[in-house]
Design a binder for this molecule. Structure first.
Ligand code: INS
Length: 334
């Protein structure tokens, strides 16, 4: 079976997923594309022999669209996801699921009323080979009960429009989802420490930030976000258990020994770091749609990420330890 995909939003990540669905992923084809920029939609659609349509609703309703991929800008996500649920069509939504916890709730309610899962949220790190290997080690019990996780998320630089809250919503959100998934545990509180600021930043930005999370089981998670570190794109993660540790491997790179020095490259662009994870993510989504059983990060995970991010931003502004207010995961999302 070929899954016919309709794409809402043909910007950078949308166009990239259209390319992926057409040239890398098997068992899928893009049949319809829309974007608020109609010319852009037309050119992305033409590149893969798809139709360009005027609105997201037209894409959702199209008879030749079996599943919907939402890659518009964040504030427009909820409307498209709710539309796809109303049409009973599986929908993949890039993060964030919605920009407010209230909209996430509406999605959870609609999906629950539908009776089976339709929504997958684009938290692609769960599809990275290194993180998957880490999770296997943790789940095997080899390092014992996890007690702490140390993370670092460093970008070489960020543009002037990047502001202090984006350190949570754009950057640490990846660690927030990954750690919940790695530990199979919920984040219940957040605190943010603000070190001396780097001089290599725009004036308005608090950079770096140290985020401290506590899980329901009492594990502690620290995330260093440092988005003007200058030297490269560097993602680190180490889980410490009762009897051992497991660390995320760095991307494979040649080690050069020359002139009395040993050296190797550090990635510069985040788009290169998880490129393969995106391929695996979209392939597994297509396979799950074909099999009639959507899995992967759920609406609940999208909602939890929104709640934790909101608490973390409040923690940044108040200096307090802020509860995330997350309750038990509903059985529907077990
Ligand atoms: C980007 C993206 C990257 C992250 C950046 C963020 O939107 O999510 O993975 O490293 O900090 O600005």
């Amino acid at each position: 079976m070929t899954v016919n995909v309709g794409v809402i939003g043909a910007g950078m990540i949308g166009a990239d997923h259209v390319r992926r669905l057409s040239t890398i992923v098997s068992g899928a084809q893009v049949t319809a594309v829309t974007d608020i920029d109609a010319d852009r939609a037309a050119s992305v659609a033409a590149g893969v022999g798809a139709r360009s349509l005027a609105t997201g609703q037209e894409v959702i309703d199209a008879a030749d669209v079996d599943a919907v991929l939402v890659t518009s800008w964040g504030p427009a996500h909820a409307e498209s996801v709710l539309g796809a649920i109303a049409a009973g069509k599986p929908v993949f939504c890039e993060k964030p699921l919605a920009t407010t916890a209230e909209d996430c709730h509406k999605i959870i309610d609609a999906e629950t009323a539908h009776g089976r899962r339709l929504v997958q949220v684009g938290f692609m790190r769960r599809y990275d080979a290194g993180y998957r290997a880490m999770k296997q080690v943790i789940d095997s019990g080899e390092i014992g009960t996890p007690l702490m996780v140390h993370c670092a998320h460093r970008n070489p630089t960020v543009p002037e429009r990047y502001h202090s809250e984006m350190a949570t919503h754009d950057t640490a959100v990846h660690e927030i989802d990954t750690v919940r998934w790695l530990l199979g545990d919920e984040i219940v509180s957040a605190q943010v420490l603000t070190p001396r600021r780097t001089s290599h930043r725009f004036e308005h930005l608090q950079d770096p930030q140290i985020m401290l999370f506590e899980t329901a089981e009492g594990a502690r998670v620290d995330v260093e976000v440092f988005v003007n570190c200058q030297y490269g794109y560097d993602i680190q993660c180490e889980a410490v258990g009762e009897t051992g540790t497991v660390r995320l491997p760095d991307p494979a790179a040649p080690v050069v020994r020359s002139a009395g020095r040993q050296s190797g490259p550090v990635l510069q662009d985040w788009k290169d770091r998880f490129a393969e994870a995106y391929d695996v993510e979209i392939q597994e989504w297509v396979d799950s749609v074909a099999a009639g059983a959507v899995s992967g990060p759920s609406s609940w995970d999208g909602y939890a990420a929104a709640m934790i991010c909101d608490a973390n931003v409040e923690a940044l502004h108040t200096g307090e330890i802020v509860s995330t207010g997350l309750k038990d995961r509903p059985a529907f999302y077990a």
